[in-house]
Design a protein around this ligand. Structure first.
Ligand code: IPD
Ligand code: CA
Ligand code: CA
Length: 258
């Protein structure tokens, strides 16, 4: 955990510096696009270097550099150095760093760090989930009618827009609010913290969700694929919440249109 936190905080400092510059570049004609992709890669290099130094041999799955097999195939770091790139690019301070550790294919630890708010979410298997030093628990609300639900809205070139509109139509009529924050890792951390009652999204990659899944489970919540099964990485779909909200969300999303 110390190793993961150190890597996340160090990369967070780098991202925060670059975020300041993005705000300046915002007004230039060319925009901050290239600058942001350099910031993203720099953050990944920092995380890679820190983790590889502390645990030589562990394997990696990183968004920018892909899979790197180590001598130790039992352990794998799953890393998104900048989740919420579109926000970052637009100067919106909602982005995060996500690092998870798998042992023999099981998630055993996760860290999500939001450097702009200095919020550090951590979880270890069997040890609970924390926001900075505070123990986390998913929200206790039982009814969708009281719930704030996060999601990811597909956009140009991404996702099945028709399917999403059906799900949104089904869910929006039953809940007290819908949010689209733009960082899936942070969305899941917010569910773990009880800030949002549930979340669903499709088309995600393992690095978007790995740390968030263990945060939610260690905070007493549920995270499954959109069929209620364990294939989140394989399907790219995730549905999360406390037990009743998770169940209600799964059911409501799938309601056929009359
Ligand atoms: C994205 C964010 C966003 C989600 C997208 C992801 P990125 O990750 O998590 O919230 O809706 O599907 O790709 O590209 O910013 O690392
Ligand atoms: Ca991501
Ligand atoms: Ca990313």
């Amino acid at each position: 955990m110390n190793v993961m936190v150190q890597a996340a905080v160090k990369a967070g400092r780098s991202l925060s510096r670059d975020f300041g510059e993005v705000q300046n570049l915002q007004v230039s004609m060319k925009g901050p696009g290239d600058y942001v992709s350099a910031a993203d890669k720099k953050a990944e290099q920092i995380i890679h270097a820190e983790l590889a130094k502390a645990r030589p041999g562990y394997s990696f799955l990183m968004e920018e550099s892909g899979a790197v097999a180590g001598d130790d195939p039992q352990h794998r770091w799953i890393v998104d150095p900048l989740d919420g790139t579109t926000n970052f690019l637009h100067g919106i301070p909602i982005f995060s760093i996500s690092i998870a550790l798998e042992r023999q294919g099981q998630l055993v630890a996760g860290v999500v760090y939001n450097p702009a708010m200095d919020e550090l979410y951590t979880a270890e298997r069997g040890g609970g989930a924390f926001l900075n030093d505070r123990r986390l628990r998913v929200a206790a609300r039982k009814n969708l009618s009281d719930a704030v639900i996060g999601t990811g809205v597909p956009h140009l070139g991404r996702g099945h827009h028709g399917n999403f509109l059906i799900e949104l139509r089904n869910v929006m009529g039953e809940v007290s609010g819908i949010r689209r924050m733009g960082s899936a890792a942070l969305d899941l951390a917010y569910v773990a913290a009880g800030r949002m009652d549930g979340f669903w999204e499709h088309g995600l990659q393992p690095w978007d969700v790995a740390a968030g899944i263990i945060l939610i489970r260690e905070a007493g919540g549920f995270a499954t694929d959109d069929k209620g099964g364990q294939g989140i990485f394989e399907s790219g779909s995730i549905v999360a919440g406390n037990e009743p909200i998770h169940k209600a969300l799964l059911k409501t999303m799938r309601k056929p249109i009359k």
